[in-house]
Design a binder for this molecule. Structure first.
Ligand code: EPU
Length: 316
């Protein structure tokens, strides 16, 4: 990115340069992005996207960074993070028992669930414990064993790379297990979720049970990026990795969680390279043991770090 690019970007939105992505992912690894741009309004977003088109600068939308693995060489181009008006939510309209809530893409799912319970609304407590924000959760169709966010989405409003906004109704989104049909280059701006007035005692109990279950079955206190692999049909990736005897296996500072085998931990000094080598090892061993080829759930972005001649020699 040239100096001119940097000067212009700073006039469009709040920007920091060469920002280590390890600070913006829950796994805590990853090299620097050329520029991290915080946009707070749709107009700002439109200007930034137009500039990217004109200058041919690649862009990428950063959500909560909770299912993201950034390689050690970092990201060329800009990471766009939504804030300001994208962090707001409110009741949009009501129809019988259904209450429709509009939530900006940068709203924390946990905050929204807590608010819904305070308002006497049920429907999303089944998603308790899922980290990240609405935009990222929709992009991944994040879920628990009780359901996925797509079950509650009425429509999603996006802005495409040309700055055009469109609202896509549920039937056009084709939500499937950990996927949704949305153009990759489009920003999710907001979504309307369908909630209900219902049995709040039951909703609160579900919320608590899910959080307790997560605390006892998942390594919540150590840096990780959620489940590393998608569950294959009719079985659990965690069980397959466990059955392959891989719990606790380490590469550098990365380790397969001894508690839940589908979580890769950063024990403090892991690099993205360590994590990727470990993920590859897990995939190979599970394939050998069970015949199942696991599919990554974690999203990988960025470039490999160019290793120096000395480093290369020391590995031979
Ligand atoms: N299991 C093992 N060993 C392990 C881990 C799990 O034998 O190391 C067994 C469990 O005993 C259980 C089965 O595998 O019989 C399923 O495990 P669990 O109930 O923990 O659920 P999961 O399928 O591994 C899914 C989601 C999680 C979500 C939980 C709870 C996926 C890939 N994972 O995990 O979502 O939190 O259900 O609802 O769909 C995520 O997607 O990032 C994620 C963490």
């Amino acid at each position: 990115m040239t100096r001119l690019h940097q000067e212009k970007l700073k006039t469009l939105a709040r920007t920091v340069f060469d920002e280590p992505m390890s600070r913006h992912t829950t796994l805590g690894v990853g090299g620097p992005v050329d520029a991290l741009v915080d946009v707070t309004t749709r107009d700002e977003l439109k200007s930034v996207l137009a500039w990217c088109q004109d200058e041919n600068v690649p862009f990428f939308f950063l959500g909560g960074g909770s299912n993201l693995l950034v390689r050690d060489g970092g990201i060329r181009g800009i990471a766009i993070r939504l804030a300001g008006e994208f962090e707001t939510f409110c009741v949009d309209h009501e129809s019988g028992d259904d209450i429709f809530v509009t939530a900006g893409a940068a709203v924390s799912l946990t905050k929204l669930i807590r608010w819904s319970l305070d308002q006497g609304l049920t429907g999303i407590e089944t998603l308790a414990g899922i980290p990240g924000c609405i935009g990222g959760n929709i992009r991944m169709n994040a879920g628990t064993h009780l359901g996925a966010i797509g079950d509650r989405v009425e429509d999603v409003t996006i802005m495409n790379a040309q700055g055009r906004e469109m609202t896509i109704p549920h039937r056009g989104l084709d939500f499937q297990y950990r996927r949704v049909r949305l153009p990759q280059a489009a920003a999710i701006l907001r979504a309307v979720l369908k909630l209900q007035r219902g049995d709040m005692e039951k909703a609160r109990a579900t919320f608590k049970e899910l959080l307790d279950r997560r605390r006892t079955t998942q390594p919540v206190a150590t840096q990780n990026c959620g489940c590393a692999f998608k569950n294959p049909d009719k079985t659990s990736a965690g069980k397959l990795i466990d059955d392959a005897g891989l719990k606790g296996v380490r590469v550098g500072g990365a380790r397969v969680s001894p508690l839940h085998a589908n979580f890769i931990l950063n024990e403090g000094n892991a690099t993205a390279h360590d994590v990727i080598v470990l993920l590859n090892l897990v995939r190979e061993r599970v394939k050998e043991e069970s015949g199942v080829l696991l599919e990554h759930e974690v999203v990988m972005v960025g470039e490999e770090k160019k290793r120096s001649g000395k480093e290369k020699r020391s590995r031979c």
